[in-house]
Design a protein around this ligand. Structure first.
Ligand code: SF4
Length: 697
C-alpha cells in the first residue's frame, strides 16, 4: 500500500513513548495489539489459560478486569504462573469504581486503566447545575482520591490509561458538556492534568464508543486539544460493544481504521463478542499496513489539515451535493447513500444475467438491501441487442436497479446514433477518463450532446495513482463544463489504482469541488484487489472513513466475492456508520470477568429472534457495572443484573429488574412489542452471517 508524501500523506501523530512493561507504546514503536480476558480474574486457572492462548497468537498486552480486591488478590498468582511458563506479557488491570482494587493491582501489573467517568466520580443520572466553585470543589475531591494511585504508579514505573467511554461519563461532566465528544475529551484531560501535577507522564488515553462516528470525533478532538496544550500522550483505540461476526469487524474497522489512516493511534483493541483470541488476527490485519511506515511526522495543521477535506472535531455534517435522478433512483441532495453494483455475468448469457439480478434484489428478510444502480460494461456497439434484453428485463421488475452503462472507446468512433441508442436503453452513462482528459475528447463531446438531448444522468470517473490533485482539478473542470452544456451536474468518482488508498484522493476531490463551488454528487468506489489488504476490513476502513466525514452519495465495492457479496458488505458498512439502518443494530459488549451470562450464546439467541427488526437498536450487555452506561443510544437493553438475573431497559430507563435468565428473551420480545417496534419475521428466515474475513474471487 502506497502511503503518500507531504502534504497529503500518511503521518503518524507524534507522541512520546510510554512503556507498558517491556513494550513501548507510541513514539517510533509499531502500533501495538492488545486484548482483554473474559473469565473472572479470581478464576486464576481460566484467566491464565486464556492469556496463554492470547500470547500464542501474538497479543502484545493483556488486560484483565479487576472489579474488586478479590480479583486484585489473584494477580500475583497469575503473574507467577505466567512467568513459570516463560510468559512476560505486560498485564493491565481494568478498574471501575474501586480505588481500593486499584491500589492493590498497581503493585502487580504494568499498567492500570481507570475510567474517569466512574473512578472517584459519580454517576447517578442526577441533573444539577454546577457553579464554577462547586465544579472546582468536585475536581479537588477527585484529585484527593486519585492522587495515591498516581503517586504509587509513578513510583513503580506503572503506566496509566485514562480510558473515557461515551455513555459512562460522570454526572458532573454530563451536566456541563453533555453526552458529547467534547465531554469525553474534557473528562480525560481533567485526569491527565492531575497526573501531570503529580509528576506522572506515563499515560495513554482512550475515547471509546459503540458508535464509530462518536469515537472518531472524540479522538480527533482529543488530538487537537492535546496539541494545543502541548501534550503528546499515545492513544489506545477501540470501538466498544462492536458485536460479533462480520458486523463487529466492520464497525471496528470503520472506527479504528479511519483514525489509523489519519495517523492517530498507537495501540488498538478490537472488541468482539467472541473468544478474545479471535480479536488478534483482526487487529494485526488492521495495523500491519501502518506499521510498515511507523516513523512519526509532524501532524498537518491549519490549511494542510483542512485540505484533507475535513475539520477535526467538528460535528457530523454531510457534504452538500446536488440531487441527481438516475432512472427511478434519486441520489445526492440529502437522499440516503445509495448502493451500486457492477454486473459480472457476461451480457450474452441471459440465464446468468437473470440469476445475478435476482441475487442483487436483497435477502427476503431485508429487501431494502438491494442494488439501487447496476452498472454494465458495453465494449462495443455489437452488444447493443444484449443490452436491450437486459433493459427490458430490468424494466419488467418493480424493484429493479437503475441501469448505468459504461461504453467502451469504440463508441466514440461509432458516433452519435449509437450513443443515442444507448441513452434510450439506460438511465446513466459512465465515461471513464484517462489521466490526460481534456476538453477536446470526442467521446465527452458526444456524451454531453446526448445527455442534453435525452435529459440523461452522466457519471465521470477518473483513475488516480497518487493523492489525486490533478484528477480532482480535471473532474471539477469537466463537471462545470458538463453543467453548462447539459444543464445538470454529473456524478463523479475516482478509481484508485491497486495499492492506493482512496481516502486521501476523495478528500482532495471533495475539497477541490468545495473550493470551486461545485456540488456534484460523489460515488465512492473501492476495489478489493490488493492482496496485501484484508478484503473485509479495508473496504470498511476506506468507505467508512469517508462516509463518517460526510463524503459520499453512493458506494460501490468491486471484486469482493460475488456482486451479491459486495452488495451485502456495502450495506453492512452503511449500517456500521449508522447512515442506513437496514436491519437490527446490535450492540453487545465483548464480555469480561464481570459478565453474568454466556454472552456469545445469548447474543446469538437474541439475534435469531430479532434480526429482522429494521432500525431497532438492541444492546446485550454482560453486567450492571458498565452495561447501562455503555449501551449509549440503544433502544432496548438486555443487561446481566446478577447471577442468573437480567434487567431490561428502554432507552436509558430501567423497566424490569431481576428477571430469571430463562425468561428474559421472551420478556425482551414482549417489551419490543409493547413499544410498537415489533414486526413478524418473514417466512424465509434470517440471512446467514458470512465468516470473518469474507470471501473474494
Ligand atoms: S459491560 Fe460489563 S461484562 Fe460487558 S465488558 Fe463491560 S464490564 Fe465487562
Amino acid at each position: 500500500m502506497k502511503l503518500f508524501s507531504k502534504p497529503y500523506g500518511y503521518r503518524r501523530r507524534p507522541t512520546r513513548e510510554v512503556k507498558v512493561g517491556d513494550i513501548g507504546v507510541g513514539g517510533a514503536q509499531p502500533i501495538r495489539v492488545q486484548s482483554m480476558t473474559t473469565p473472572a480474574t479470581h478464576d486464576v486457572d481460566a484467566t491464565v489459560e486464556q492469556i496463554h492462548r492470547l500470547v500464542q497468537v501474538g497479543c502484545e498486552i493483556v488486560r484483565v478486569t479487576v472489579p474488586s480486591t478479590r480479583d486484585a488478590e489473584a494477580l500475583p498468582e497469575i503473574r507467577r504462573r505466567l512467568l513459570s511458563s516463560g510468559i512476560r506479557v505486560p498485564l493491565v488491570a481494568d478498574i471501575h469504581f474501586s480505588p481500593a482494587a486499584a491500589m492493590m493491582a498497581v503493585e502487580h501489573v504494568e499498567k492500570v486503566r481507570i475510567n474517569p467517568g466512574n473512578y472517584a466520580d459519580t454517576k447517578r443520572f442526577k441533573v444539577w447545575e454546577y457553579t464554577d466553585a462547586e465544579y472546582q470543589a468536585e475536581l479537588e475531591r477527585i484529585e484527593e482520591r486519585f492522587k495515591p494511585l498516581v503517586l504509587r504508579a509513578r513510583e513503580r514505573g506503572v503506566s496509566l490509561r485514562i480510558g473515557t467511554n461515551h455513555g459512562s461519563l460522570s454526572d458532573r461532566i454530563l451536566n456541563r458538556y453533555g453526552d458529547t465528544p467534547l465531554g469525553m475529551v474534557e473528562s480525560a484531560l481533567e485526569f491527565v492534568r492531575i497526573c501531570e501535577r503529580h509528576g506522572h507522564r506515563e499515560l495513554i488515553l482512550s475515547m471509546k464508543s459503540s458508535n464509530p462516528m462518536v469515537m472518531i470525533r472524540a479522538y480527533r478532538l482529543l488530538s487537537e486539544r492535546m496539541a494545543a496544550e502541548g501534550m503528546d500522550y499515545p492513544f489506545h483505540l477501540g470501538v466498544t460493544e462492536a458485536g460479533d461476526g462480520e458486523d463487529g469487524r466492520i464497525k471496528s474497522a470503520v472506527g479504528i481504521g479511519t483514525l489509523l489512516e489519519e495517523g492517530i493511534g498507537d495501540t488498538i483493541r478490537v472488541s468482539l463478542t467472541e473468544d478474545p483470541v479471535a480479536e488478534i488476527p483482526v487487529a494485526f490485519a488492521l495495523v500491519e499496513k501502518y506499521n510498515r511506515c511507523i516513523e512519526p511526522m509532524p501532524a498537518p495543521t491549519g490549511a494542510a489539515a483542512v485540505s484533507h477535506g475535513f475539520t477535526p472535531g467538528a460535528t457530523y455534517t454531510r457534504r452538500d451535493s446536488a440531487r441527481l435522478q438516475v432512472g427511478k433512483v434519486p441520489l445526492g441532495g440529502g437522499e440516503p447513500v445509495r448502493v451500486e453494483c457492477r454486473l459480472r455475468a457476461p451480457l450474452g448469457d441471459a440465464a446468468a444475467v437473470a440469476e445475478e439480478i435476482r441475487s442483487l434484489e436483497g435477502p427476503s428478510s431485508t429487501p431494502e438491501a438491494r442494488a439501487e444502480i447496476l452498472e454494465v460494461d458495453l465494449p462495443g456497439a455489437s452488444e447493443i441487442a444484449q443490452l436491450e434484453q437486459l433493459s427490458r428485463l430490468l424494466r419488467s421488475r418493480p424493484d429493479a436497479p437503475a441501469l448505468s452503462v459504461r461504453p467502451g472507446p469504440d463508441f466514440a468512433a461509432a458516433g452519435l446514433p449509437h450513443l443515442e441508442q444507448l441513452a434510450h436503453l439506460c438511465d446513466r452513462i459512465t465515461l471513464r477518463l484517462a489521466g490526460s482528459a481534456s476538453e477536446s475528447d470526442p467521446m465527452q463531446e458526444l456524451l454531453f450532446r446526448v445527455a442534453r438531448l435525452r435529459g440523461l444522468a452522466l457519471h465521470l470517473e477518473m483513475q488516480v495513482e497518487d493523492a489525486g490533485l490533478d484528477a480532482a482539478a480535471t473532474l471539477a473542470r469537466l463537471a462545470d463544463r458538463c453543467h453548462s452544456q447539459t444543464g445538470r451536474l454529473p456524478m463523479l468518482s475516482l478509481d484508485s489504482a491497486v495499492g492506493i488508498s482512496p481516502v486521501v484522493p476523495y478528500r482532495v476531490l471533495a475539497r477541490t469541488l468545495a473550493d470551486s463551488r461545485i456540488d456534484a454528487p460523489l460515488l465512492l468506489r473501492t476495489d478489493v484487489t490488493d492482496r496485501q489488504e484484508d478484503p473485509l476490513l479495508f473496504p470498511s476502513v476506506y468507505l467508512g472513513s469517508l462516509l463518517c466525514d460526510g463524503i459520499g452519495d453512493a458506494v460501490r465495492i468491486e471484486h469482493y466475492g460475488s456482486p451479491a457479496d459486495s452488495l451485502r458488505l456495502a450495506f453492512n458498512i452503511l449500517q456500521g456508520t449508522r447512515l442506513r439502518l437496514f436491519k437490527t443494530e446490535f450492540i453487545s459488549c465483548p464480555s469480561c470477568g464481570r459478565t453474568q451470562f454466556d454472552l456469545e450464546q445469548t447474543t446469538r439467541r437474541i439475534k435469531a429472534r430479532t434480526a429482522h427488526l429494521k432500525g431497532v437498536k438492541i444492546a446485550i450487555m454482560g453486567c450492571i457495572v458498565n452495561g447501562p452506561g455503555e449501551m449509549a443510544d440503544a433502544d432496548f437493553g438486555y443487561v446481566g443484573w446478577g447471577p442468573g438475573k437480567v434487567s431490561l431497559f428502554v432507552g436509558k430507563d430501567l423497566i424490569e429488574k431481576d428477571i430469571p435468565y430463562a425468561e428474559a428473551d421472551e420478556r425482551l420480545v414482549g417489551l419490543i412489542k409493547e413499544h410498537g417496534r415489533w414486526t413478524e419475521p418473514p417466512v424465509a428466515g434470517i440471512p446467514a452471517v458470512i465468516p470473518a474475513g469474507g470471501t473474494r474471487d
